[in-house]
Design a protein around this ligand. Structure first.
Ligand SMILES: [Fe+2]
Ligand SMILES: [Fe+2]
Length: 463
């Protein structure tokens, strides 16, 4: 009991009092206010840590459900017109959590029932519709899933009414309205989802998968103008997705974030090692401080490009955070080499501006980005070399404090390393030499063939 009271913050007590006062003024049954307070306390104690699942966002969804019900009832529409499933579907899609959605369904159902005039019927219909719709759209990745869910919700709503009326169809009109209600609700959800994504600063699986389409203008530009960066981003996406799955993070978000993390390189693609396969090194004539500026600018330019193409804020976080405040090591060393003995080179001046990754997903992309670039530069890669390299890079990032603001544990880092090593070994496996092909190769051997792709500047850490 002591622990329970300790966990409830002063802010919650004030909020609870506010709910009671507002309910009294709005002449809402005070029992509803008590229920809302209990649900809020439950949520606070559960501490679910779902991004953007804040009290204001939950309140907005709750008020949307209650207000739509209230308006329809006040205009003498029968309860069958109330779109019971819209808010439960939105809650599930926006937060990706069934528990939150069920609590929202419970709160809105009981509130609407309290002023509907038919409390039992409204509660049962609303709860059934809300629970079924939440389950049906959980993890939805396509718009079609919502339409299919709408049809099933329509069927469930009609069946609920039939069971409530003891298996009799008293009025076909009610059943028709409830059926249409289910389908129309799913269409409304499709329409308003982008608005709520914008308001809540989040991205659902549906909009993320639309960004995975390689016909997106930004990905098309990467393919055409910076093919090396495009290929690098695909591998980073693959590494990040699998690593996220291993530690229970959002794998889809990380994959799409990785696809777009380096779009800032589109401004000057030829200055980045992965795009220098057939051209001379552009940094040859530049001072290290100038090179550093060009390299570091890809983060700022990436953010600007993302805003121009209206990428959602969670994706912009990947662009902003994928280097944390790491050191542009190669050019820092070059600056040290070029500086006379009595002069100093400020390390801070060669660090990305940050911020450091603040989610598991952005931190994993930071790690995948570095290991992919470093593994690409390995000569004659083998599992031993790849394993050593992955451990070294992850350790360095950890020691450098780049993972300080995310929630990855040491155990997570171990799992991430294992995934990276497994996948990188698959990508960079040494080619098996068959006796026949060896003989043919020896006959046609040309000395200039080796390492033709290793012409880039920075082999240690991809800028
Ligand atoms: Fe990168
Ligand atoms: Fe980058």
């Amino acid at each position: 009991m002591t622990k329970l009271t300790e966990k409830i913050s002063f802010k919650s007590i004030i909020l609870g009092a506010l709910v009671l006062i507002l309910s009294y003024i709005a002449q809402i049954n005070l029992a509803i206010a008590i229920l809302l307070i209990v649900l809020c306390i439950y949520l606070e104690l559960r501490n679910l840590k779902i991004k953007n699942c804040s009290l204001p966002n939950l309140t907005l969804l709750y008020l949307s459900a209650v207000t739509s019900g209230y308006i329809l009832i006040k205009h003498n529409f029968p309860i069958y017109y109330i779109p019971f499933s819209i808010v439960p579907m939105l809650t599930t899609l926006l937060f990706g959590n069934l528990e939150i959605s069920l609590l929202m369904t419970m709160a809105s159902s009981v509130t609407i029932a309290s002023f509907s005039g038919y409390p039992l019927q409204t509660t049962v219909l609303s709860l059934t519709s809300g629970i079924v719709s939440s389950i049906l759209v959980l993890g939805a990745r396509k718009r079609n899933t919502l339409i299919r869910a709408g049809i099933l919700i329509a069927v469930f709503q009609v069946l609920t009414l039939i069971f409530m009326e003891h298996l009799q169809i008293i009025s076909i009109e009610r059943h028709t309205i409830l059926f249409i209600n289910g389908i129309v609700s799913s269409i409304i959800v499709l329409g308003v989802l982008p608005v709520f994504e914008y308001l809540f600063n989040t991205a659902t699986n549906i909009s993320l998968l639309e960004l995975a389409d390689f016909h997106h203008p930004l990905l098309q530009r990467l393919i055409q103008e910076a093919p090396g960066t495009y290929h690098h981003s695909l591998i980073v996406g693959n590494l990040s997705e699998n690593a996220c799955r291993a530690v229970g993070a959002n794998a889809l978000l990380a994959r799409i974030g990785a696809y777009y993390h380096d779009i800032g390189k589109l401004q000057k693609p030829e200055y980045f090692s992965e795009n220098q396969a057939n051209i001379e090194n552009k940094h040859g004539d530049l001072a290290p401080t100038m090179s550093k500026l060009v390299i570091m600018n890809h983060v700022k330019e990436g953010v600007e490009l993302a805003k121009k193409y209206r990428l959602s804020p969670p994706l912009i976080d990947f662009i902003r955070q994928h280097h944390g405040n790491s050191l542009v090591y190669y050019f820092y060393l070059r600056a040290l080499e070029k500086t006379e003995e009595n002069q100093d080179v400020e390390e801070e001046g060669f660090r990305y501006p940050g911020p450091k990754p603040n989610t598991k997903e952005t931190a994993i992309v930071l790690l995948a980005d570095s290991v992919e670039a470093a593994a690409r530069s390995l000569k004659e890669p083998n599992p031993g070399k790849i394993g050593e390299l992955v451990h070294k890079i992850i350790n360095n990032k950890f020691i450098d404090g780049q993972l300080d603001e995310c929630e990855l544990t040491l155990k997570d880092l171990e799992k991430i390393s294992a995934v990276f090593i497994r996948l990188l070994c698959g990508i960079h496996h040494s080619r098996t030499s068959y006796p026949e092909s060896e003989r043919i190769e020896n006959n046609h051997k040309k000395p200039s063939k080796e390492n033709s792709h290793l012409s880039g500047e920075n082999k240690k850490d991809n800028p």
